[in-house]
Design a protein around this ligand. Structure first.
Ligand code: F3S
Length: 289
């Protein structure tokens, strides 16, 4: 039995950056007596979130802030999670005079800024992504004329006015292949849509790597949080090439029967999955065989 890791997997730049910001803030002497909150899940991984709460970080939910049920006090620290938040939350936090540290990944911030700039330049925005994902909700809250579509089918139902200018933006974790289809549909049918490809580099290399690996192995384990969008995309891509693909959160999700007769086992992990979890899973697999 051989375990083969994807060429690119695990923590991305944005996730490590957000975790580092948290540690830097809590290690800073001047914050010694302050309450430090993280807005929602810093990154979409239960293990990382549990580790942070063990280290003393509190969590404040977006909904509680919006409904005035939070316990935030003037001077408390609030760290904005890696996938960002809405304009309204920033507004409320500023009014509460809490100290805001923005750990939003720069790729998410760049999309938000581009959206605002393109609207100022007269473009309506077509946004491809999951409208229920906090990243998308946060980004589009900064716009006025935004239509969100999950995929090409939904996009085809949108009325695109030939007299208007449109700009297409995407969620950072969008499947590249999905985007290529959307691009060619728009380029073949409309002259008035400017396409700005904003899939982040970390997502792209992880998706390419899992596609390659899924074709070389007998089975593939995708490791990541249940709410992690990029993990789910890795799973979908792998499944497309290899029916023996399984998504697990940690070693407890592994099932012995999956491994029967399998010699080459591929492994990948979402951008918010820590190395400790990957190692635990590899050890457990070796124990099964
Ligand atoms: Fe940022 Fe891409 Fe990671 S958007 S958080 S570098 S998956």
């Amino acid at each position: 039995m051989k375990i083969i890791r994807a060429k690119h997997m695990g923590f991305c730049f944005g996730v490590s950056g957000a975790i580092n910001i948290c540690h830097k803030i809590s290690n800073d002497e001047k914050n010694k007596n302050k309450k430090i909150y993280i807005l929602g899940m810093l990154v979409h991984n239960e293990y990382v979130v549990n580790q942070l709460s063990k280290q003393g970080f509190k969590i404040v939910q977006e909904l509680d802030i919006l409904q005035g049920r939070d316990k935030l006090q003037r001077g408390d620290i609030v760290i904005i999670r890696a996938h960002g938040t809405s304009e309204k939350i920033f507004e409320i936090l500023n009014k509460k005079k809490v100290e805001i540290y923005d750990a939003t990944c720069i790729f998410v911030t760049q999309i938000r800024k581009t959206l605002v700039k393109m609207e100022e330049n007269g473009y309506d925005i077509l946004f491809i992504g999951d409208k229920n994902h906090p990243e998308v909700k946060g980004i589009i809250s900064f716009g006025k004329n935004v239509t969100v579509c999950n995929d090409l089918e939904e996009l085809k139902n949108i009325v695109i006015d030939p007299k208007k200018k449109y700009c297409l933006l995407t969620q950072t974790t969008l499947n590249k292949k999905k985007l290529e289809k959307i691009k060619s549909y728009l380029e073949n049918n409309y002259q008035n849509v400017k396409i700005l490809d904003k899939v982040c580099g970390a997502t792209q290399v992880r998706q390419e790597a899992v596609e390659e690996l899924a074709q070389q192995v007998d089975m593939l384990i995708v490791i990541g949080g249940k709410t992690s969008s990029n993990t789910k995309k890795l799973y979908d891509i792998s499944l497309n090439f290899n029916p023996n693909t399984y998504l697990v959160q940690d070693e407890n999700d592994l099932r012995k029967e999956w491994f029967e007769g399998k010699k080459k086992i591929g492994i990948t992990a979402g951008a918010s999955t820590p190395e400790e979890i990957v190692i635990k899973i590899e050890n457990q697999i070796r124990g099964i065989h």
